[in-house]
Design a protein around this ligand. Sequence first.
Ligand code: AMP
Length: 165
Amino acid sequence: MIGPVCEEILLRKKEDFLIPAEKIANVMDINPLSHAFLVLSKVKYSKIPVLDREEKIVGLIGLSEIVDQMFDLDAIDPDNLNDKTVADVMETDFVTVDESNTLEDLLHLAIDHAFLPVVGKDRHFVGIITRRELLKAVNRLVHDLEQENLIISKKDLSKTKIEVG
Ligand code: AMP
């Protein structure tokens, strides 16, 4: 459990955690793979969300999945990308978070995921929370905790005679 003092510092800039959907590069499930290849090459992110027509998140797609599709037995052929859509190769087993997730959940999930897609009602895509933003909060915590608080270990406290009055 995260204690209240740490939680308060970690959440000081919680409004920065969510990068809203309108700022997130994405592709649609019905797009040809060649389009996803262009988008991913341009934005230089290794993985981005895939949305359907109703702006629900239905997958994630990364450069490595696309490059895999270009391989023939003995050569790389970008034309292979024209026959397939994003839906054919996207990752469909992925983690999402919503408003019910706690800060503790986010920190645990960010260990294994560079970003966490945030969903609203009916998996409507709301945005992402990146490991980078969470690390900034942890960085703030390690700097501010001792600046603002007198920290004494419970072991030392038991040895200290506190005189009141
Ligand atoms: P960062 O922590 O900023 O390096 O982002 C971690 C990952 O989140 C990136 O590698 C992307 O997969 C994803 N990401 C971050 N920002 C965006 C964005 N604006 N559009 C799409 N994906 C993003």
